[in-house]
Design a protein around this ligand. Structure first.
Ligand SMILES: *[C@@H]1O[C@H](CO)[C@@H](O)[C@H](O)[C@H]1NC(C)=O
Ligand SMILES: *[C@@H]1O[C@H](CO)[C@@H](O)[C@H](O)[C@H]1NC(C)=O
Ligand SMILES: *[C@@H]1O[C@H](CO)[C@@H](O)[C@H](O)[C@H]1NC(C)=O
Ligand SMILES: *[C@@H]1O[C@H](CO)[C@@H](O)[C@H](O)[C@H]1NC(C)=O
Ligand SMILES: *[C@@H]1O[C@H](CO)[C@@H](O)[C@H](O)[C@H]1NC(C)=O
Length: 333
């Protein structure tokens, strides 16, 4: 079931990229086989795709070099961490797809701490150098899990897969209920999310916004921040408007309702609030002490909702079947 779902998406993406004639190689990352890519090398032609399915544990596929197998290549691709719980045996599993650009060797590894040093490496068109590559990996001492400089994630492109070879990623969609009868709150009010995820605000009763602010000024719109605009919802409403934003990185994102008096009543929300220092609780406390701008007339809508930066995720969401499937699409340079 999950695999057929992946294949549907894969077929969709392949069609979008006009690569229907290319071969697809399936590679399993981790899972019961252990700290390995299965298979750990493929010989592929330009236009072929490598479809990585991430199984149990918490792996990446990250481009490196023959000389430095366990270091991210500058400007190389990186799937980011794809955690899969040990208890998730039936999927769906996150996936990443690579399109091969030329016949040059491509070297990759898992940048989870210690995995590369245990031989968790992968190559496309390695020629006779795979053993050397893996041997070097297992002899090196680096265990860096820091993201590669110049990495191709997080994705920023809003273009379609076909039109633009920039990475396109789809992730978990986090649904946040805004308001509701007698409720001046975002529910849940703070979440953790990964780059590539989306956050969909679903507006319930009353007349709320989801407006980005800053920790320093919880009840004032952030310059160039996102803003859903007012979303009035009647008491008898059966359908609820939504507004989706993409999560670009792990930097905290602070959000409030710009309806008059709501922010100062504590109607705030955060993505990736730190556990210490500028915590969600501290943000909300500031909001409630705030005499700052909570004026309803303040922020003009700056976005058309789901057609903004989050548009890339609609490759997934419009497919409907795969709300939990994480899929990243990268193109080899
Ligand atoms: C990849 O997996 C799909 C589904 O199992 C299969 O149809 C396809 O032939 C596989 N490709 C290769 C190269 O094994
Ligand atoms: C996955 O691994 C990364 C790097 O070690 C870590 O930061 C992250 O919290 C892990 N995710 C989960 C869900 O374990
Ligand atoms: C929400 O905020 C509280 C207080 O700052 C914190 O303890 C909790 O871990 C946060 N939850 C998430 C999912 O970030
Ligand atoms: C992600 O980046 C896009 C484009 O810059 C921006 O519109 C969007 O608001 C960002 N998302 C968040 C959560 O800041
Ligand atoms: C929603 O609230 C805004 C700001 O207070 C107001 O201008 C707008 O008329 C309200 N919409 C409805 C339908 O009540």
């Amino acid at each position: 079931m999950q695999f057929s779902t992946i294949l549907k998406l894969s077929a969709f993406l392949a069609t979008a990229a006009v690569q229907v004639t290319a071969a697809q190689f399936n590679v399993t990352v981790g899972g019961p086989a252990g700290l390995v890519f299965t298979p750990n090398q493929v010989n592929a032609q330009p236009g072929d795709t490598i479809f990585f399915t991430f199984m149990q544990k918490n792996h990446t596929v990250t481009q490196s070099t023959l000389a430095n197998p366990c270091q991210p290549a500058a400007g190389g691709f990186d799937s980011g961490f794809m955690p899969v719980a040990a208890t998730n045996t039936n999927g769906p599993f996150p996936a990443a797809q690579f399109t091969v650009r030329d016949t040059s060797p491509v070297w990759a590894y898992c940048r989870q701490s210690g995995h590369c040093q245990q031989g968790m490496v992968f190559a496309i068109n390695p020629g006779s150098n795979f053993a050397t590559f893996q041997g070097t990996a297992m002899g090196t001492g680096s265990s860096s899990v820091s993201p590669p400089a110049g990495t191709s994630t997080p994705p920023t492109s809003t273009s379609t897969v076909a039109a633009n070879p920039s990475p396109t990623s789809t992730g978990t969609d986090h649904r946040i209920i805004v308001g509701g009868t007698g409720i001046l709150a975002f529910t849940p009010s703070n979440i953790t999310a990964q780059p590539g995820d989306t956050v969909t605000f679903e507006f319930h009763q009353k007349n709320h916004t989801a407006t980005q602010s800053t920790f320093a000024s919880p009840c004032s719109p952030m310059m160039n921040g996102f803003n859903s605009g007012f979303q009035p919802v009647g008491t008898d409403a059966a359908t609820f408007p939504t507004f989706t934003v993409g999560v670009n990185n792990t930097t905290p994102v602070w959000v409030y309702c710009a309806q008059s008096g709501h922010c100062s009543s504590g109607m705030v929300f955060a993505i990736n609030a730190p556990a210490t220092g500028n915590t969600f609780d501290a943000y909300r406390a500031k909001a409630m002490g705030s005499t700052g701008s909570s004026s309803a007339s303040n922020p003009a809508p700056t976005s058309t909702g789901t057609t903004g930066a989050a548009g890339r995720n609609h490759v997934q969401l419009t497919a409907g079947l795969m709300a939990v499937l994480l899929t990243s699409l990268f193109f080899l340079l």
